[in-house]
Design a binder for this molecule. Structure first.
Ligand code: NAD
Length: 146
């Protein structure tokens, strides 16, 4: 089954707000921000330039299991710098493929040179479930003539 829709459809629902941090922030403070905002990733920016992403997975693998002290480790030391940005015109299906192929759960959204949002695997799954529900309801109405 092919999925319709573009990244902008997700941003319209979830909003284009972005939680971002400086590369000079300590990991502990970033974790605290993640907790407050209830997100699993923070974009790392400096002077409006996107440098990387810090995720729960980065913390587990590069701090906790390495025995590092999160209150003494800087985000720049452990952030992921290989990014897979999409634009607001990118198809949701392409996003799903990118996330699956690269084992990642968050994609920054960049239009031109401007960072305009972030989408997660949960956003993509929710979009697809809502879309399938909509299609099924329409088919039911068509079949039953209601
Ligand atoms: N009901 C919903 O609308 C909805 C949407 C997305 C995720 N979820 C649920 O949340 C849980 C975790 O989701 P996840 O693994 O996709 O990742 P997540 O916890 O990182 O993302 C949760 C939400 O926060 C947003 N988000 C994440 N990082 C952000 C940032 N730095 N700036 C701004 N927004 C940010 C995501 O786009 C998503 O909407 C799952 O249980 C999932 O099912 C629910």
């Amino acid at each position: 089954m092919r999925f319709m829709g573009q990244v902008k459809n997700i941003l319209k629902t979830k909003g284009s707000g972005i939680y971002s941090i400086s590369p000079y922030m300590f990991v502990y403070d970033a974790l605290d921000l993640m907790l407050q905002k209830n997100v699993g990733a923070l974009l790392v920016t400096e002077n409006d330039k996107l440098l990387g992403v810090f995720t729960e997975r980065d913390y587990v693998r590069k701090v906790r299991l390495q025995g590092k002290d999160s209150s003494k480790t800087l985000i720049m030391e452990i952030m992921t710098t290989e990014l897979f940005p999409v634009s607001s015109e990118t198809a949701i299906e392409t996003c799903m493929q990118t996330m699956t192929n690269h084992y990642i759960r968050h994609l920054p959204v960049i239009d031109g040179n401007e960072l305009v949002g972030i989408i997660s695997l949960g956003d993509v799954v929710k979009f697809i479930i809502d879309e399938q529900k909509f299609i099924i309801e329409n088919l039911e109405h068509y079949i039953t003539g209601t």
